[in-house]
Write a protein that binds this ligand. Structure first.
Ligand code: GLU
Length: 495
């Protein structure tokens, strides 16, 4: 029988869920979904000083928003400290580890000497060679000790095949007898993380490249404990176009998942985008439904090359990677309109123009309106900003729309009230009829229809651009169009 795949996502709750963490979570989740395996959420909260409850809640909220589901957890590393210590004890008993009584001062002195001699700054193994009597004596004298792993000595090396980076070898002589438990009795991360993976029977460790430094040591721990060694897949870094690591310090909130939620991304669009960061799709395709992504995903497809996230911090046009925006735009414009509806509602609530009738007697109109205006939008926040005039009579006239030359046309002051009368007098306010009335009026006046069309658009929507004007008029409705044209004479300041 094939072994069940078990993966884990173990964030350290020292901040929000960032792009890199989300990408790791997504790859673990995709792999679990693909293999019918299990994903465990494990919070690595043993760094009490840097961990916070707020961060735990934030990470969980972001994962939920992305739609990442897990099968077990959240577990908390801090609840398993006794497991970590028991493992260290077992290693002492089996002779794979030893107590080290060297003081910090001694170690610092030895390190200084090694630095002067330009030799490796490794621990020299003084306590590795203590006799049981010497150990007992020092313990009886109450000397504090750390617990170090007895790394095999001699020619050999730790070797493993990383699914992304291939065969990796590290010579024993390059690994010092590293500390697993501090002299204050606290287990170190390298031990805790491995012991948790053993307990949880993790089969694949899919994590960021920064984990690579720990892997040879952890493999030694696995072996010394007689546990099966999982497969490893380390993921490349996420860099900005200047090849700097994406970080909060340089890129601010844009590295946080919640930033994209607030800026109007659809969760699946964002998952789709993140999945493409450092994972090559079989046919350079960019749009994947959930099922398609699960089907297409493979750990072997993860690229060794670092992923580039085009932050666009100072770009007035795009507030983030244009590719992320184009993927979001695709979903925003093509998903069934009912799937977009809840996000629009949220935006209208946020901008205080939500009307409960939109989900009751006006629902058909509401859906039709979303469907019409989304063809121009990129993010869901656009509904509450660019789309305001469709949902509320209190909307701004964009300076960009007012600047258009056609609005300076003298005649508009006279024409608008006449046009308003004609539109008001229409029996059937349809796209075809409205178009006829407006074009006929332009003909009568001997002006281009575009002059009227642009001016009407500005008056009725406050925007310089939008969907076809006649569709817009029908959507906004006869009564409101007429009112807005009459009012426009005052705010256009047409003299
Ligand atoms: N807590 C580590 C981190 O957030 C996870 C390392 C691992 O996956 O083993 O980077």
């Amino acid at each position: 029988m094939k072994q069940e795949v078990i993966v884990r996502f173990p964030p350290s709750p020292t901040g929000y869920l960032h792009i890199g963490g989300a990408r790791t979570a997504i790859f673990n989740w995709l792999f679990a979904q693909k293999t019918g395996g299990k994903l465990i959420l494990r919070i690595e909260d043993t760094d009490a000083e840097r961990s916070s409850e707020e961060s735990i809640q934030g990470i969980i909220e972001s994962l939920k928003w992305l739609g990442i589901t897990w099968d077990e957890g959240p577990y908390f590393q801090s609840q398993f400290i006794s497991d970590h210590l028991a493992a260290a004890q077992k290693l002492l008993e089996s002779g794979h580890a030893y107590k080290c009584f060297c003081t910090k001062e001694e170690l610092d002195r030895k390190r200084d000497q090694a630095r002067q001699r330009k030799t490796a700054l490794q621990y020299d193994g003084t306590c590795r060679h203590l006799s049981p009597e010497e150990v007992a004596e020092k313990e009886a004298a109450g000397m504090p000790y750390t617990i170090r792993l007895k790394v095999p000595r001699g020619e050999g090396f730790v070797s493993f095949e990383d699914i992304v980076y291939g065969i990796i070898e590290k010579k024993y002589e390059d690994i010092e007898d590293f500390v697993m438990v501090r002299s204050n009795g606290q287990p170190l991360y390298v031990l805790s993380n491995a012991v948790d993976d053993i307990r949880d029977r993790v089969t694949h460790v899919i994590r960021g490249q920064d984990g690579l430094a720990n892997t040879p040591k952890q493999i030694l721990i696995y072996k010394a404990l007689g546990a099966p060694v999982p497969r490893f897949a380390h993921m490349s870094l996420t860099l900005d176009p200047k090849k700097a690591k994406i970080s909060k310090r340089t890129h601010g909130e844009r590295v946080a998942v919640h930033f994209y939620k607030e800026r109007g991304f659809l969760p699946w669009a964002f998952v789709n985008y993140l999945a493409l960061l450092g994972w090559s799709t079989p046919d350079s395709r960019e749009i994947f439904s959930k099922d398609e992504l699960i089907e297409a995903f493979s750990l072997e497809g993860i690229s060794r090359a670092n992923a580039i996230f085009d932050v666009r911090k100072n770009d007035p046009k795009f507030f983030t990677d244009p590719k992320a925006i184009s993927i979001n735009t695709h979903y925003l414009r093509t998903l069934p309109v009912e799937e977009i509806e809840p996000y629009v509602r949220k935006q209208l609530e946020k901008t205080q123009i939500w009307d409960p009738e939109f989900e009751a007697i006006k629902r058909d109109w509401f859906l039709r309106t979303i469907d019409l205006i989304r063809t121009r939008y990129h993010v869901t926040t656009d509904f509450g900003t660019l789309g305001r005039a469709y949902f509320s009579d209190d909307y701004p006239i964009e300076p960009k729309a007012l600047k258009k030359n056609v609005l300076k046309h003298e005649g508009l002051k006279v024409w608008f009230p006449i046009l308003a009368d004609r539109l008001q007098g229409m029996d059937t306010f349809s796209v075809e009829e409205a178009e006829k009335v407006i074009r006929e009026m332009a003909d009568e006046l001997g002006i281009k229809a575009g002059i009227l069309i642009n001016a009407i658009r500005t008056a009725v929507t406050g925007q310089p651009k939008g969907p076809g004007l006649f569709d817009v008029l029908i959507t906004v409705g006869q009564r409101r169009v007429v009112e807005r044209l009459r009012k426009a004479v005052t705010f256009f300041k047409l003299h």
